[in-house]
Write a protein that binds this ligand. Structure first.
Ligand code: HEC
Length: 145
């Protein structure tokens, strides 16, 4: 290969490297799906979630205690949602204590769980690698947002 050709190819590779890096470090990292859900109300809900130590029994983003179910996507899970969550908080269950939260506090918890739902998926998706190196996702459908 002639020296000029080598230099040309190197120049193209180096330029693409810089363009790619700029894209990754600017637009690539500015995606925040939960931006509109990170409200004062949801932040209060998060503090309440910490204060009442819900994490002792529940997981968020897959982390926490394992006595109760993961709550990351409880807002969007089929058959569940705000009313369902409030019903649990209203009375507790045999295994989950009743925290005697006010209506405002319950709304804050719901706002926080909505934020969690928009920013994470749990349990983490499982993938299957095919013989040709492509990947299939064997699981429920990706959420539309
Ligand atoms: C002592 C453990 C414990 C604590 C603390 C606790 N929970 Fe639970 N929670 C459970 C268990 C266990 C269940 C599953 C239902 C059952 O078996 O009674 C549950 C169920 C739930 C559900 C229904 C989940 C689903 O997918 O069906 C929600 C919502 C919930 N808890 C929210 C909370 C919130 C919010 C807090 C904190 C204010 C909290 N829990 C604190 C044990 C706990």
């Amino acid at each position: 290969m002639r020296l000029n050709t080598k230099r040309f190819i190197s120049a193209i590779l180096i330029t693409s490297f810089f363009i790619y890096s700029i894209v990754i470090y600017t637009t690539g990292t500015s995606v925040d799906k939960g931006k509109n859900y990170n409200t004062a109300q949801s932040r209060k809900g998060k503090l309440l979630f910490q204060k009442k130590n819900c994490i002792a029994c529940h997981q968020i983003y897959g982390l926490g205690g394992y006595m109760g179910p993961d709550l990351t996507n409880v807002i969007s899970a089929p058959g569940k949602g705000p009313v369902y969550i409030k019903a649990f908080l209203q009375n507790g269950t045999v295994r989950m204590p009743n925290f005697h939260l006010t209506e405002t506090e319950k709304d804050e918890i719901v706002a926080f769980l909505t934020y969690a739902d928009k920013t994470g998926v749990s349990p983490v998706k499982k993938f299957e690698i095919n013989y040709d190196g492509t990947v299939n996702w064997k699981g429920k459908d990706e959420k539309g947002d």
